[in-house]
Write a protein that binds this ligand. Structure first.
Ligand code: TGC
Ligand code: FAD
Length: 387
């Protein structure tokens, strides 16, 4: 039997030809186009926008949505795409997650026919960019308390408030924004250029440096009725979008983890210390074996969740278990690889420290590690422990 280091238990052995082709196509794009400049882009804090249209041409944006120019792929294909993008850099996967699973999904699930026709085909092609504004300066883990408010004024809405830590915000043509109204939390489409709306970049990030992040400010923004997501009726709708993105992260982070294991394996076979390759020492083999084991379990977990999602029986707490576990193990793999590479591990000439810094954000966004533990705890006990 052919045992692969990064898929020790063969979780992906049975993917079909079309899924294999999708995986190989994305890997080629990431390796040949994106990867050569990632170290420089990360160092400069630059998100390479030039790849957005290419991702659109490859059908990667909104790939698991149907109609409106979207590829209508299955959940495993979607997961494999996220995994290959994040093998390159979590920033690249973040762009795709936000565009596809948060912004496009919100319009697809809760938008009018007009909104879907107007935005989705152009977003799928990468001609326009979306962002998703849920988090506020004082309401991160607890978005239910949000202060951003939309007040009815004739047929229009007047929006006031702010959002922060929003991926893609400064380059977004349209922001999906969640706001309190007199009838609960609802979603709105805020277009670039709307009077009173600004989206400045957040600087000095030490993580996800090749991703662009910003804040959203709304100062008496007048939003036409046609830009309200009519089918939104509460926070639940925003959380439904998060389920989609969290599912993508469960696969995505495995790409970063596998990249770290591969780096650790090749390094330890070549690096000689005490007259022997590092790979020959028991302590090093233990670290490698633990990484391979955790990745193998993470792969199985991801594939089982894809099956449940395909069958439409997946529960939010199951997604929480997957997000919490796979991000944790990916971060552990990145830290272990950083350790195994010694001083070289801190250099941008290698990949592990960049992955490690990125995964610190992934650990926090889309629900912190603690929040997902608490969601599983609530499912087990029936007792919410958030407050
Ligand atoms: P709670 O009372 O539990 O729920 C309110 C309603 O929503 C339902 N619900 C869900 N529905 C679908 N999916 C989920 N995951 C759901 N979780 C809860 C729930 O059944 C209820 O429905 P109903 O019918 O009774 O109204 O709400 P809560 O206010 O107590 O909050 C629960 C909690 C803490 C789990 C939730 O607020 C949470 O997940 N907090 C974390 C916030 C978060 O993840 N923010 C992410 C922002 S976006 C982002 O980070 C993008 S990074 C992007 C990138 O670059 O990749
Ligand atoms: P807090 O909620 O203040 O949490 C701080 C700490 O307290 C954490 O350890 C947390 O686990 C813990 N904690 C909180 N509540 C509890 C509790 N009840 N019990 C125990 N411990 C608790 N948001 C968006 O809306 N859209 C985006 O596109 C987006 N992109 C992001 C990109 C980046 C790079 C980052 C870093 C964040 C992004 N976010 C985005 C925001 C992200 O979702 C929030 O940072 C996250 O939800 C956590 O909120 P917070 O930072 O306010 O932390």
């Amino acid at each position: 039997m052919d045992v692969q280091a990064t898929d020790f238990l063969g979780a992906f052995d049975n993917i079909d030809e079309s899924q294999k082709l999708i995986k190989e196509t994305v890997r080629k794009f990431v390796t040949e186009k994106f990867q050569p400049n990632i170290t420089e882009n990360f160092e400069k804090g630059h998100f390479p926008k030039e790849y957005i249209k290419e991702m659109g041409n490859l059908g990667l944006l909104g790939c698991n949505l149907t109609g409106y120019g979207c590829a209508g792929l299955d959940e495993v294909s979607y997961g494999l795409i996220m995994k290959e993008l994040e093998r390159g850099d979590s920033g690249l996967r973040s762009f795709a997650s936000v565009q596809s699973s948060l912004a496009m999904y919100a319009i697809h699930a809760f938008g009018s026919e007009n909104q879907k026709n107007e935005f989705l085909p152009r977003m799928a092609k990468g001609e326009i960019v979306g962002c998703f504004g849920l988090t506020e300066p004082d309401f991160g883990s607890n978005p239910a308390g949000m202060k951003t408010f939309a007040k009815k004024d004739g047929d229009d809405w007047i929006l006031n408030g702010s959002k922060t830590w929003i991926t893609n915000a400064p380059i977004a043509n349209v922001a999906i924004v969640w706001a309190q109204t007199e009838s609960g939390i609802r979603g709105f489409l805020i277009e670039k250029g709307t009077k009173g709306f600004s989206a400045p970049e957040i600087h000095h990030k030490l993580s996800l440096r090749a991703s662009i992040t910003g804040s959203l400010y709304f100062d008496n923004c007048r939003i036409p009725k046609s830009n309200m997501l009519e089918k939104t009726i509460g926070l639940k709708n925003a959380l439904m979008c998060l389920n989609q993105a969290r599912f993508g992260i469960i696969f995505g982070v495995l790409g970063a983890a596998e990249d770290c294991l591969n780096e650790a394996l090749s390094y330890t076979k070549e690096r000689i210390m005490f007259q022997k390759p590092l790979a020959s020492f028991q302590l090093i083999q233990r670290k490698l074996a633990i990484m391979a084991t955790e990745i193998a379990k993470g792969n199985l977990l991801a594939m089982q969740l894809a099956k449940l999602k395909h069958e439409k029986s997946i529960q939010p707490a199951q997604i929480s278990m997957g997000k919490q576990n796979n991000v944790q193990i990916a971060l552990d793999c990145a830290r272990t690889t950083r350790d195994i590479l010694g001083a070289n591990g801190i250099s941008g000439e290698y990949r592990c420290m960049r992955h490690m810094c990125n995964l610190e954000s992934v650990y926090t966004y889309e629900g912190t590690n603690d929040i997902h533990i608490l969601v599983v705890g609530q499912q087990l006990t029936g007792i919410p422990a958030f407050e």
